[in-house]
Design a protein around this ligand. Structure first.
Ligand code: ADP
Length: 839
């Protein structure tokens, strides 16, 4: 236990290792301790010099008869102390100071011992002087208990030895005195030890604290330096960006004045809007950097604040449906302020009021109230409002109520931070009240400064006003109508971006080769994709309602859309963003700004690859569906339901048909003729099997085996098998006419059985067959071989399943080869709807 008394550390000299943060600190403690003892030694010596002569009064009052010898001892004591003091003050500094503590105690107590010897040995009360000396030493210099112990041992032994040698020593008194002496020594040793321990702990705590403070100061300095560097870098780089951007903007503005085609005009307008927006943002960042570095200052002049507000308001649309209501702005309101900075405040508040309220029904109220020494401006909107818990945070930098990839509103989160800084620099305050879903009120209070109404100068015109472009103005553009595609069957590409300019930019690039549909967020894109099945989707990542990543997940989950390639267009550059996009499952990735040709090439590649894949799939499907019903082929091609190839038990209906007279025909006819007959017959049978949703197990010569209810479920499998049998019987009948004309006499018998079988793939890696193993297949084959031409024999289980739907005639019980019990058999006359497949 740390807090319990640590006997070892109490009596150990020096500093315990765990308490020693550093070797230097231990040395510092020793040094500090030496100085402490030296300071206290002066006090000790001075006290000795005063106390010794003072006690002569006691000698005089109590032991006048021994005054002389006692006086001699006191003189000796005084001299001893003086020598000690001189040695301490002027002697070599290498002598450890605690030796002087020992010296002081020993000199004083040897003299006192001498006095007890003079005054009657152990019975003399002067032994109390020893205690007094121990006590004084320990209280004045409460460190180094070993020194105190040494001094105590020397002086106690001299007391006992000197007084024992005298005539008739009083040992009873010696025992009594010993109790007081020894317990005083022990108590003092403990007190000195504990005090020293405490002092040491305090010393190290102070050292660590000082150390921590120093480290904190150093890292603080480093952080300040880094912050300064960052601000400088930021300011420099922003300036570097600002210059080419201003030139770009200038070039666009010059172009806008020239004669341009409609398309080019749109492009130039987009260029102006977006360069201005970027310039606005960079200027805001620059302003923030100025505030950080303390370089922000105001160019205050007297101005008409009402006119300034009116001027800013003209930059915002006020239509009958989306109105700005002004109050208190008709009369001039004098204010001392920086018009340029105040405009920024207003632009930010107004653009937020517009941005965060409905484009159709949004209303903004601006109220100005002037008081004697201040003015109060309220900007109120009926927009989305701000959640109560976010109110305190919105003035922090980069804070947005809706952050993340699905935020609905564009913005940087700088505006209000800047507004707050500017208002504070004017000595004013800003406050916000908001009701979620109902709107917000921002209230600015500014001191009027040193003005009178006559001072008002109007609003000074400032250069560079386009940099105050409000964010809402940048979003005025509507999607340009898609131009007709080059070819009517050109691949359809879905372009998704929440920025209208970006959408039309991508559209303009791609529409040269593709038909384009546009969506402004993930949700709209998903809906469009499900409706129009585009060949490819090009999407932004950060979008309102549904981000690009969410859109990707939704498309991949959708069975019909999952193979549509998706290209991400993102503002984030770098390998990390690329890996993240591809990891998420995007087929390709381009970071903004991107090269037009690169976008075209990547989109072209993906569309070509997809077309090839589709062709390949189609080819395989065609091959497979020659042998399997189309729905089974689809199942296999989708690659999703391989389970049906694993062995499983299932009730199925098995239809077996084979030709009567076929063996005789094969013996007599030429092989080519047999082949032709078989092909015609199998073609007709195969088509019917597909039509009725059966699974063609195989053709074995003239025999055909068909399953129902596996691998595709068929709830009315027995009925379906009977319907197929009836259709087959009719088909064979028409074939028979053709065969008869060629002199061929063939007929067909059919057997149907229903029962459980184990179904799945059999065979080996090189060749697999889909087969059903179980008595039901044998039963169907046996019934088939019992059937005369034109007969459809069905087993008892089939009878029980179809008796309501089929007309049949019971034949009775039959003993069939390989079947243990006799089977009730019926022959089918017809079905209620024998000419349709009943699906
Ligand atoms: P931003 O560039 O995102 O508009 P601001 O610093 O101007 O940055 O605003 C910070 C956030 O405060 C905004 O993202 C928005 O969430 C919230 N906010 C500001 N003004 C309004 C308002 N009038 N109505 C609703 N929310 C607002």
């Amino acid at each position: 236990m740390k807090n319990a008394l640590d006997w070892k550390s109490l009596f150990s000299s020096g500093i315990p290792p765990e308490d020693t943060p550093r070797h230097e600190a231990a040395e510092a403690y020793d040094e500090w301790r030496r100085n402490f003892i030296r300071e206290r030694l002066y006090v000790l010596f001075y006290l000795g010099f005063i106390a010794n002569p003072a006690f002569i009064a006691l000698d005089y009052l109590q032991h006048r008869e021994y005054l002389n010898p006692l006086f001699i001892v006191r003189v000796a004591l005084q001299l001893g102390l003086l020598c000690g003091f001189l040695l301490f003050k002027f002697g070599p500094k290498s002598i450890p100071p605690n030796w002087f503590v020992i010296l002081w105690v020993v000199v004083a107590n040897l003299c006192i011992t001498q006095m007890t010897v003079i005054l009657g040995g152990f019975s003399s009360q002067y032994y109390n002087g020893l205690n007094l000396v121990y006590l004084t030493g320990a209280v004045i210099v409460p460190v180094s208990w070993p020194s105190h112990l040494a001094a105590q041992l020397v002086t106690l032994s001299s007391y006992y030895v000197s007084n024992s040698l005298g005539p008739q020593p009083d040992f009873n008194a010696a025992i009594e005195n010993s109790f007081f002496l020894i317990w005083t020594c022990v108590a003092l040793l403990f007190s000195v030890g504990l005090y020293e321990r405490l002092q040491r702990a305090e010393f190290f705590a102070r050292v660590s604290e000082r150390h921590a403070r120093q480290e904190l100061e150093i890292s603080n300095q480093k952080l300040l330096e880094l912050d300064r560097l960052k601000s400088d870098f930021f300011a420099n780089i922003s300036h570097e960006i600002r210059t080419p951007l201003t030139l770009t903007l200038g070039a666009f503005q010059a172009l806008a004045k020239s004669k341009l085609s409609e398309d080019a005009g749109e492009l130039v307008k987009g260029g102006i809007r977006n360069s201005s927006r970027l310039l606005f943002l960079i200027n805001e960042l620059l302003d923030l950097a100025k505030f950080d570095s303390g370089r922000a200052s105001l160019r205050k002049r007297c101005l008409d604040f009402a006119a300034l507000v009116r001027g800013v308001v003209t930059n915002f649309d006020s239509s009958p449906i989306r109105r700005i209501h002004l109050k208190g702005l008709a009369e001039p309101v004098a204010l001392e302020g920086d018009s340029r900075q105040l405009k920024k405040v207003l632009y930010n508040l107004l653009s937020n009021a517009f941005k965060f309220s409905d484009a159709q029904t949004g209303q903004v109220w601006i109220r100005l109230a002037s008081k004697d020494h201040s003015i109060e401006l309220e900007v109120e909107d009926n927009g989305i409002g701000i959640p109560r818990q976010q109110l305190a945070r919105i003035f922090d930098r980069f804070t947005q109520v809706e952050g993340g990839a699905t935020r609905r509103y564009e913005g940087s989160g700088i505006g209000l931070a800047l507004v707050k800084e500017i208002v504070a620099l004017h000595g004013g305050t800003i406050a916000v009240e908001s009701d979620l879903g109902r709107g917000s009120i921002f209230t600015i209070t500014l001191p009027r400064g040193n003005v009178t109404e006559d001072h008002v100068l109007g609003v000074p015109d400032e250069e560079d006003d386009q940099t105050f472009l409000p964010a809402q103005a940048a979003e005025r553009q509507v999607d340009s109508p898609s131009s007709p595609a080059l070819r009517l069957n050109a691949p359809l590409v879905l372009v998704v971006d929440d920025n209208a300019d970006m959408r039309s930019y991508v559209e303009r690039i791609l529409r040269r080769e593709y038909r384009i549909i546009l969506a402004k967020d993930g949700a709209e894109a998903l809906e469009q994709a499900q409706r129009l099945r585009p060949e490819l989707i090009v999407t932004d990542v950060m979008m309102p309602k549904m981000s690009g990543h969410d859109l990707l997940q939704a498309v991949r989950r959708d069975k019909a859309l999952r193979s549509v390639p998706i290209v991400f267009l993102t503002a984030r550059a770098g390998t990390e963003a690329r890996v993240e996009s591809l990891d998420a499952g995007a087929d390709d990735y381009l970071s903004k700004p991107f090269d037009e040709l690169e976008l075209l090439a990547r989109v072209g590649n993906l569309i070509r690859t997809r077309a090839q894949e589709r062709e390949l799939v189609q080819l395989q499907k065609e091959k497979i569906s020659r042998f399997l019903p189309p729905n089974l082929a689809d199942l296999i091609m989708s690659g999703e339901h391989d389970d049906f190839l694993r062995g499983h038990r299932q009730e199925i209906s098995v239809l077996f048909i084979d030709l009567r007279g076929f063996t005789a025909f094969v013996e007599l006819a030429a092989p080519e003729e047999v082949m032709t007959v078989l092909r015609d017959y199998q073609a007709v049978m195969g088509r019917l099997v597909s039509e009725y949703g059966g699974t063609l197990e195989r053709f074995v010569g003239d025999a055909v085996m068909v399953y129902f209810n596996d691998p595709l479920p068929c709830p009315n499998h027995a009925e379906q098998a009977v319907k197929l049998a009836v259709a087959m019987r009719q088909a064979v009948e028409s074939l028979r006419h053709e065969w008869k004309a060629q002199g061929i006499h063939l007929g067909a018998g059919i057997g149907i059985a229903t029962g459980y079988a184990t179904i799945g793939a059999i065979g080996f890696e090189g060749r697999k067959d889909y087969a059903a193993i179980g008595p039901v297949t044998n039963l169907a084959a046996r019934l088939c071989s019992e059937a005369q031409h034109g007969q459809i024999l069905i087993s008892d289980r089939v009878i029980s399943l179809v008796k309501e739907l089929v007309t049949f005639e019971l034949i009775g019980e039959m003993n069939l080869k390989g079947v243990q019990k006799p089977v009730s058999v019926a022959q089918v006359i017809g079905t209620a709807v024998s000419s349709s497949n009943g699906n």
